[in-house]
Design a protein around this ligand. Sequence first.
Ligand code: XIL
Length: 414
Amino acid sequence: MSFSKKDLAVGTIIGLIVGVVAGSFVAPAGVDTTELEKGVNELEEQVKTLTIAINQKNSQISNLQSQVRELQLHIEELEKIVPPLRSLAEAHGILIGAAVDAEKLKRDAQYAETLSREFNILTPENAMKFDSVHPSRNEYDFSEPDAIVSFARANDMKVRGHTLVWHEALPSWIREGDFTPEEWRDILREHILTEAKHYKGQIYAWDVVNEAVEEDGSLRDTVWLQGIGPEYLDLAFRWAHEADPEALLFYNDYGAEGLGSKSDAVYNLVKGLLERGVPIHGVGLQMHVSLEEPPNPQDVAANIKRLNDLGLEVHITEMDVRIREPATEEKLAQQAKLYREMLEVCLSAENCKAFVMWGFTDAHSWIPGFYRGYGFALIFDDSYRAKPAYYALAYALAEGSNRASDASSENQDA
Ligand code: XIL
């Protein structure tokens, strides 16, 4: 081990201080000890002052900690008082719901508990899609969606069936299928009749056809369009109605929430279906939105209104509000505002009957997997704590109920 000059100097000073403090210092000839003693006394004073300051800070910290604990208890008490969304929604005759993952429902008790506590309608996120229930031509497997449907029944929740006809979630025998137009027709007919009959009487609303329209308003070039032609849309609705005459039948799409070429095309599509006497009862507005491009509430209201004029219902079917990481308090507040605005648009439209989100906890959402750098899109965080968006929905529902009861008491007074 070697010492530098600096080490030796520091060592000497420490030695001198220790010596002075211990009172055993014998000054080498020619060293003035009064200066050193003064220095040591000053240091001791400083240490005392610092110790007092540290003690004060420590007691401030523990004061703050106990205040935080008290506030947390207060919040927990308040959380218990806020009624679940489903009971607030019932006062409006509106359904509030979420998409459900079959695996999570099976394995995560808190997921299941939150779902049944808060919502009165659910949508299987993937379990009813073609590749899931009809993996090969002569094989159907309804085990997953059956479990979801019985959960819904046990908890007095309605079910949105999703979805009978889509260009995605197709098994390879369809994606790579080489069939004649008659065969394509038979395949789709058999698929729709089998699935919709399996759930006859248990589905409140079916998304019969999903995402058939392109951004520019043209019909999307799907296996169904290629195999059958544009009449596959009419046929799908007729077959679904034949299988389950009680179910409400919906056309469902994204990017057609407000006004614009795509929502015009959807409007014209469903108008055409109605004119041809095809059984269709509503339009699903998916509402996968972001803070960067929020939907305009007036446009969404105008779109819902023109669908009402056609005699159609509207459901918000898949709302989520993706946030670019990191999720700051400001972004969470903007998210809450957006959820609230869309719910308020729905509440003030007489034909908007359901408000469904594409999940409910950030612990399970399709967003991080599909939109790089985005997440935090739902109303509970990943430990099932209610986010500002949750309270914004509760507030909109509670405020709306007050308005509704104010109006009815005014009517009684009159
Ligand atoms: C998504 C699911 O959330 C994902 O888990 C799956 O991998 C792909 O599909 N529009 C729809 C939904 O109609 O069915 C999609 O769901 C999301 C976009």
